[in-house]
Design a protein. Structure first.
Length: 566
């Protein structure tokens, strides 16, 4: 394809019937006032979609429009154009045909960019049109920085040398200029973790290597392995950033710090002495994502209605249960987001405070100075609250204070580590909470898990294995073969994992009069029978099967949830 012609976007959109002259005039005025590109003004105003503009440009230029949601570029070709240039020029190498590179441009009317990309690739190019948002997403996915991280780790190894490094030398290194190898390495690791949607970074010293792993969608993936001698420098730098005691290597420590990458990220850090050095695990809390609403948590409609009804009662306890990392805090904050208003006083007692929500009084528990859950909770009750969130009911004392608060006119939201909803009241009794408190104060129990979502870009029908077929028969009986089941084959969009993101599965136990009476009965078997009848059709297993039938997750993921419950 020859060099593209210069196109006036506004005239083109009018010519193709996508914009009126009046709309264009208003958009041009907005462009002049804001300094933004005309295309961005038009899209942000909701006049024409980004995809419609790109398709209009492709038609005018007689070029190919490439939908990057379904097209997987070849990674080896993509990297022919360095990432910095790809972002700067909004261009990506998609394919190679007949000796020419197929290059996707977000703005194919920019002739200078076309010429510069042509020069950088040192070969003939054919122009394709892509949307800017899809282009930037593809760049985030495809320019993996594993090689760069490995190179920086090697630089740090050489910088430290073969002679054991004294503490003062490492501190001098780590607290120096921003171009120090240890700083560069950590910066790149954080950037790659954010790009990969990692929730945790694990830095683990082993006998013959230092291993860095990312937890993505609940599963750990090895990012790189390096010389173990850099472990001390990394641990010390991270301790400095989080204000921990750098001289203490024999005891575990916990801390927190913030890093500003493309978006602000809060980092919770935990160090633990192991045989070959200090293991460091960091939980990443991306503050740019915002809080989810209850509607976006993917609850079944009946459970969502009951949940909203429970949290809008003036008093009582709503408990969210599940193992660590099952999304309990996200659910509670979605509830608080729904409840938050100037007319209500809301106090949270947490360890640590994971989300910051305007209008709330949030308290961080600090056991070292005796600022415990129970102590803060007692004080909170003297602050005239309407709603209290207790991060976790860890012991009998905290549970009883929360129960009394619920019985005296407060709404209490909290979490508990139990396997399912039905075992939660029994767990409270085992903790020593009086039976009448459990029966009178608990409104509902919501148990949840997270399952991985099938990648939309590479999802395809999946024939059931015999054990999957047999497992589904428990819920579907003879209707198993009447449905189609999906699985991701793996593509560049999902890093060849077949999954992108996670979603929740839920079950709910309401403390109806019948369940309350069974709780007071004192016979666990009676309670379990009544509870099962009340929860019929609203179990974690049933909800996981619902997502399987909708093609949103796999039978394998649903079976994993079921195994945790058995």
């Amino acid at each position: 394809m020859a060099r593209p012609e210069k196109i006036r976007l506004g005239d083109l959109l009018i010519q193709q019937g996508l914009l009126t002259q009046e709309q264009l005039t208003n958009a041009l005025a907005e462009q002049k006032a804001s300094g933004r590109k005309l295309g961005r003004v038009i899209v942000d105003s909701g006049l024409v979609t980004e995809e419609a503009i790109s398709k209009a440009l492709a038609r005018q230029l007689q070029a190919e429009f490439v939908d990057l949601k379904t097209f997987s570029p070849k990674p080896e070709l993509v990297k022919l154009l360095p990432e910095s240039h790809a972002r700067r020029f909004r261009a990506i190498v998609l394919d190679q045909r007949n000796g020419k590179y197929i290059v996707g441009f977000a703005d194919p009317t920019d002739l200078m960019v076309f010429d510069e990309v042509n020069r950088l690739l040192r070969g003939d190019i054919d122009l394709a049109v892509v949307t800017e948002s899809q282009l930037l997403g593809a760049i985030d996915r495809l320019y993996r920085r594993t090689d760069e991280i490995a190179g920086l780790a090697k630089d740090l190894t050489q910088d430290l040398g073969d002679v054991p490094v004294e503490l003062g030398d490492i501190l001098g290194l780590t607290s120096g200029a921003e171009d120090a190898p240890v700083v560069k390495l950590l910066q790149t690791v954080f950037e790659e973790a954010l790009r990969s949607r990692a929730s945790d970074i694990h830095i683990e010293p082993l006998e013959k290597s230092l291993r860095i792993r990312f937890r993505i969608d609940g599963v750990l993936h090895v990012q790189m392995e390096a010389d173990p001698k850099i472990a001390t420098a990394l641990a010390l730098r991270l301790k400095l950033m989080s204000g921990l005691d750098i001289s203490e290597k024999r005891l575990p420590q916990d801390g927190r710090f913030a890093v500003k990458l493309r978006t602000p990220v809060d980092v919770r850090i935990s160090t633990m002495p192991t045989q070959y050095g200090e293991s460091v695990v960091m939980r990443l809390l991306n503050q740019s994502g915002g809080l989810l609403s209850l509607e976006k948590l993917n609850m079944p409609p009946r459970i969502l209605d009951r949940m909203r009804n429970a949290i809008h009662r003036p008093s009582g306890i709503v408990l969210v249960t599940g193992p660590t990392g099952s999304g309990k805090t996200t659910t509670l904050y979605a509830a608080l987001n729904d409840l938050n208003s100037p007319e209500k006083k809301i106090i949270t007692v947490e360890d640590p405070v994971e989300y910051r929500l305007p209008g709330l009084n949030q308290v961080q528990v600090h056991e070292k100075i005796d600022l415990s859950f129970s102590r803060v909770l007692r004080t909170a009750l003297r602050q005239d609250p309407d709603i209290i969130l207790v991060g976790e009911m860890r012991d009998q004392e905290t549970a009883e204070i929360g129960m009394r608060a619920a019985m005296t006119g407060h709404l209490v939201l909290s979490t508990l580590h139990t396997n399912d909803a039905l075992s939660t009241p029994i767990r409270l009794l085992d903790m020593g909470v009086p039976r009448y408190m459990v029966a009178l104060s608990v409104n509902m129990v919501l148990a949840q898990r997270l399952v991985r979502v099938v990648c939309e870009n590479c999802a395809e029908p999946h024939p059931l294995a015999p054990h999957e077929h047999e497992w589904l028969r428990y819920e579907l009986q003879d209707r198993v073969d009447a449905h189609k089941y999906m699985k991701g084959r793996g593509c560049s969009h999902c890093n060849n994992m077949g999954y992108t993101g996670r979603t929740g599965v839920y079950e709910m136990l309401e403390m109806t009069n019948e369940v309350v009476e069974a709780t007071n009965e004192g016979d666990p078997n009676v309670f379990m029978d009544v509870g099962r009848r009340q929860m019929a059709g609203n179990t974690l297993r049933r909800d996981a099967v619902r997502l399987v039938l909708a093609g949103r997750t796999t039978v394998d993921e649903a079976m994993r949830i079921s195994t945790q419950l058995d």
